[in-house]
Design a protein around this ligand. Structure first.
Ligand code: ATP
Ligand code: SF4
Ligand code: MG
Length: 322
């Protein structure tokens, strides 16, 4: 792997809730190389958004615990002062497209002015410079320049999503976090947005963390996949290996739940539902839903076990494989 741009180790996030502390991220570690795209996949509630929000230091107020380490180009993201983070990191080095961001536009301001605003406020640009740069970015995301003058309600869902991407790119970040950027879009527009991301990765050398429920979509863009289950990584590895040789029973079920074009068998459902994180199952967190669970699983929690080159699975079955 090239020098990592991001390295995360033992990241923990818990929320304060009425029923006690809820550990949404429970010791997550991974790294991301320069120019690499990592897909973070898993069911609702796995902790995907919490991961991205922790890195951006935008977690909600009811965070009860934030622990571990995250370094961006060697700089300690969680330990640095708020001021340094705002001045040097957020939007400049690392930007995020939020889940549901299409609805986050201010309805009474022109789209172009909203894209240009960070350049005026944070980038010290003149009005003319900011405007020119916003128009250039519209071009980068394949939107016509006249979109600058439009109001958000005058854009389709796909156009809004592109505009949101332009906004995230305005201060030329090296790392872009995208949280479910295509889930509200129809399949054709989804494919266009994915092509756009591939171009940005190739042409700008952008590093990407792409969050989605949909493994199929993630695998198209991503070099590596990280499968999350109940606040932990269940499996992580090169995208091809995870797709073609999934090792964790949860990953297998996730893949089997995808509808396939050229297959008669209907997609399978993953049995049961994600656990209550305030009182997670003993041993392997997946054991109550796992078709391959055996005696050891409810008793001892597996760590990540290497199953191939850069490929790890949090499952006791990995230990017995040759
Ligand atoms: N502000 C909050 N207060 C309390 N619990 C929260 C809060 N935000 C998230 N959670 C809980 O933390 C866990 C992880 O949530 P998170 O939003 O990170 O999951 P996710 O993988 O992004 O899910 P989705 O696919 O639905 O977006 C869930 O159990 C969720 O209910
Ligand atoms: S450790 Fe056991 S319960 Fe957990 S995924 Fe592996 S086989 Fe299933
Ligand atoms: Mg989410």
């Amino acid at each position: 792997m090239n020098q990592p741009i991001l390295s995360v180790s033992d990241l923990r996030v818990s929320y304060r809730t009425q029923g006690g502390l809820l550990p949404a991220l429970d010791g997550v570690s991974f790294s991301l190389a320069q120019g690499e795209a990592l897909g973070l996949v898993g069911e609702s509630g796995a902790g995907k958004s919490s991961m991205a929000l922790a890195l951006m230091r935008l977690l909600p107020r009811n965070v009860g615990l934030l622990d571990g380490r995250a370094e961006l180009e060697g700089r300690d993201l969680l330990g640095m002062s708020d001021e340094a983070f705002r001045r040097d990191v957020r939007w400049r080095k690392m930007a995020m497209v939020f889940q549901g961001a299409q609805e986050a536009f201010n309805p009474v301001l022109r789209v172009g002015d909203q894209i240009a605003e960070p350049l005026l406020v944070l980038g010290g640009a003149s009005k003319g410079e900011a405007r020119r740069e916003a128009v250039r970015l519209l071009e980068v995301v394949r939107l016509p320049a006249e979109v600058y003058q439009r109001y958000p309600h005058e854009l389709s869902g796909g156009m809004k999503q592109r505009a949101v991407m332009a906004m995230a790119l305005v201060l030329k970040p090296q790392l872009l976090l995208l949280d479910e950027p295509t889930s509200a879009l129809d399949v054709t527009v989804q494919a266009q947005i994915m092509d756009q991301l591939k171009e940005l990765k190739r042409d700008m050398g952008l590093s990407i963390i792409f969050i989605t429920h949909d493994v199929a979509i993630a695998s198209d863009l991503c070099d590596r996949l990280a499968v999350m289950y109940a606040g932990k990584l269940a499996e992580v590895g090169p995208a091809d290996a995870v797709l073609l040789r999934p090792q964790h029973p949860y990953t297998r079920l996730l893949l089997a739940s995808l509808p396939r074009l050229h297959q008669d068998a209907p997609p399978q459902f993953i049995p049961g539902s994600p656990p209550d994180l305030r009182a997670p199952p003993s041993g392997c967190r997946f054991h109550p839903r796992c078709p391959q669970a055996f005696a050891r699983c409810p008793l001892e929690e597996p760590g990540l076990i290497q199953v191939g080159e850069g490929h790890d699975s949090r499952c006791w079955l990995a230990e017995v494989r040759p």
